[in-house]
Design a protein around this ligand. Structure first.
Ligand code: ZN
Length: 195
């Protein structure tokens, strides 16, 4: 899928919005991204999963592992396109990510880690750690959107379907506030995981 087509698709369902937003971090931005709003449409989730899987078809992946909750659907769709298992890691009561529900990896199983949005890549790094502790071999990592601004450091091959440069500002430095606008707070109505 071409970049223009992807952005249009996300914008049509409100998953990428342009305006003046206060993010859950307190910073202001002209762009809001919420992948759950595009993944809520199963045909679109399938289409995006297929497009993302295309980037990794040469990696002979044994299974896909994603961090819950935001990346479960896209991980599942990438796994469907590759014809492999879709597992996920989730936080236990102590806040540690782990494989639960009887999910197991075959020793040295080749794993593709799939995320919805990379902001810092923290969840992906944690997921890679869990996979390695569980005996898997992480061959690559993928995401629908990379908004890290080239600051990502995952120590594995990493590709995103869409790279977006999304500036954000401290409120007292926000050019949109200076222009007299007031921000809306999508984070109060939507999941904060993608902010
Ligand atoms: Zn502002």
């Amino acid at each position: 899928m071409k970049r223009d087509e992807l952005i249009k698709l996300f914008e049509q369902v409100g998953a990428i919005r342009t305006g003046h937003f206060e993010l859950s971090s307190g910073r202001h931005s002209a762009t809001y991204i919420q992948c759950a709003l595009v993944l809520a449409h199963p045909p679109l989730a399938e289409q995006l999963g297929h497009a993302l899987a295309e980037l990794f078809k040469d990696h002979s992946t044994g299974c896909v592992v994603s961090p819950a909750l935001g990346a479960v659907i896209i991980g599942h769709e990438v796994a469907r396109a590759l014809g492999v298992r879709a597992l996920f890691v989730e936080r236990d009561r102590s806040g540690q990510m782990s494989l639960r529900r009887g999910f197991e990896l075959v020793p040295d199983e080749r794993v593709l880690v799939i995320e919805d949005v990379w902001t810092t890549g923290g969840s992906t790094r944690e997921t890679i750690g869990v996979v390695e502790e569980s005996g898997g071999l992480v061959v690559a990592a993928g995401a629908l959107i990379d908004r890290s601004g080239d600051r990502l450091d995952l120590n594995v091959r990493a590709h995103a379907l869409l790279e977006m440069d999304v500036p954000s500002y401290e409120p007292d430095e926000c050019p949109l506030c200076r222009a007299g606008g007031a921000p809306t707070r999508p984070g109060s109505r939507f999941s904060r995981t993608a902010l």
